[in-house]
Design a protein around this ligand. Structure first.
Ligand SMILES: [Zn+2]
Ligand SMILES: [Zn+2]
Length: 180
């Protein structure tokens, strides 16, 4: 169901000033059509998703700011207590498990399930939950790695060092976003 208000709204592009970096950026007619398309309808009332106030680069920064890929810490696994490398330091509020423990049946993620409280904001509850749930220490395909401990978000590496976001590599160091 399309409201009468949003029809002219989606017909043309507009220029905006990013509220973070003050650069000018375009919100195209296709963007507006997309926001209209994903706007939810509850009880026949459409709740329009507003156009962004940040430019695409600032939006991307905000999406990935929480994600640490390249800084690795020595710490212990909170389940087996063995030493490991991790993208999380030992000061984070949540438990961190090594790759072996994380994928094992020695813990049950469903134990952290909780009911949603409709009287409180979603993100407040999400933040509280994420401080309780165990996190994967290092995102690697452990069985496919050979002599490549200091790598993250990676798989199928041999004799590699400080490789991030990459796979199928040999004898490489300090590279990222590579494949093949
Ligand atoms: Zn910006
Ligand atoms: Zn462990």
């Amino acid at each position: 169901m399309k409201s009468a208000i949003c029809k002219p709204f989606i017909s043309c592009s507009m220029m905006h000033t990013c509220r973070e970096c003050r650069q000018s950026f375009e919100i195209s007619a296709a963007d507006l059509k997309f926001y209209d398309h994903i706007s939810p309808v509850f009880q026949e009332k459409k709740y329009l998703v507003p156009p962004p106030t940040l430019c695409p680069d600032c939006r991307q920064q905000r999406r990935i700011v929480w994600r640490n890929e390249r800084k690795l810490y020595k710490r212990s696994c909170d389940l087996c207590q063995k030493n490991m490398l991790s993208m999380f330091s030992d000061t984070v509020p949540f438990p961190v498990y090594c790759v072996h423990c994380w994928w094992s049946d020695r813990w049950n993620p469903l134990e952290y399930a909780q009911d949603f409280d409709f009287s409180k904001p979603f993100f407040e509850q999400f933040a509280a939950l994420s401080k309780k749930v165990p996190h994967l220490g290092l995102s690697v395909l452990q069985e496919s790695m050979e002599n490549s401990e200091y790598c993250n978000h990676a798989g199928y590496l041999k004799d590699c060092y400080l490789i991030v976001n990459s796979d199928d590599r040999m004898n490489r160091k300090n590279a990222s976003m590579e494949k093949g």
